[in-house]
Design a protein around this ligand. Structure first.
Ligand SMILES: [Zn+2]
Ligand SMILES: [Zn+2]
Length: 253
């Protein structure tokens, strides 16, 4: 399994951080988790084989997590020669099919019928989705009504992506002892809101979850002036990285 982080930013524009997107090679699948603005730019820059993506997995319906999905679908129709013929599987929480219908109402029927199959699967927490040699699992997190985190498990390796979330001890328990926890770290303590995490809350989640490695992401500009590593290090003593766009890691069995 291999993860390449494409977007570590938010809807607060940053010169170095695109909106949320994570490329994962796992089993037979080439998966894009979230697809915010700037994803298609990063796919090209990092020479990711976007033409052969098999799945796009959405965590929730905020625009910084899906804005480039129509662009990606359109690129399969007009942005490659020959045009895409393989199905593209769009997976997300309940409401994903409706989101694509509404995007099609705005942009045209090609969003759901671009000349290749757009296969939509809505997952409810507790379901496991077969990626062909790897498993995708959603977990409800407190952010929007539909918001979920995901894990991808291949053999004995488990990657957990929090997506956008507020503080929830149940999420920490679900993520326990995963190989890598990709955790949102949105706002400094002075700007704390229930829908996102502060470095202090990330530290508490990491202390409870004890991931083998921790990667922080989804950083609004104000949190970057805080000593994130120092705050985390008081409670979590494993290896930690503040991810940047293009950060990549592999999981060996
Ligand atoms: Zn977000
Ligand atoms: Zn969000």
């Amino acid at each position: 399994m291999k993860l390449t982080v494409l977007g570590t930013g938010t809807i607060a524009f940053s010169p170095k951080r695109s909106c949320a997107a994570y490329y994962v090679e796992a089993g037979d699948a080439r998966v894009l988790m979230d697809c915010g603005s700037g994803t298609t730019r990063r796919l090209a820059e990092l020479v990711i084989p976007w033409q052969t993506l098999t799945h796009v997995v959405l965590s929730h319906f905020h625009i910084d997590h899906h804005q480039d999905l129509p662009t990606l679908i359109f690129a399969g129709k007009y942005g490659m020669l020959p045009p895409r013929s393989a199905p593209l599987h769009v997976v997300g929480p309940v409401g994903t099919a409706d989101l694509l219908q509404r995007l099609a109402a705005a942009y045209g029927d090609w969003v759901t019928a671009p000349g290749y199959e757009i296969r939509i699967t809505e997952l409810t927490p507790g379901m496991m989705f077969d990626l062909g040699g790897a498993w995708l699992e959603p977990f409800k997190v407190p952010h929007t009504p539909e918001s979920v985190a995901y894990s991808i498990t291949e053999n004995s390796r488990r990657l957990v992506y929090s997506a956008d979330t507020g503080f929830d001890p149940a999420f920490a328990e679900w993520a326990r002892q995963c190989d890598l926890l990709v955790l949102e770290c949105s706002l400094p303590q002075t700007m704390a809101i229930p829908e996102h995490l502060t470095p202090e809350q990330c530290a508490e989640i990491a202390r409870r979850a004890e991931p083998k490695r921790l990667a922080l992401t989804h950083l609004y500009p104000p949190v970057e002036s805080v000593d994130i590593a120092g705050i985390i290090g008081r409670q979590y003593h494993g290896p930690m990285v503040i991810a940047h766009d293009g950060w990549s890691t592999t999981f060996e069995d």
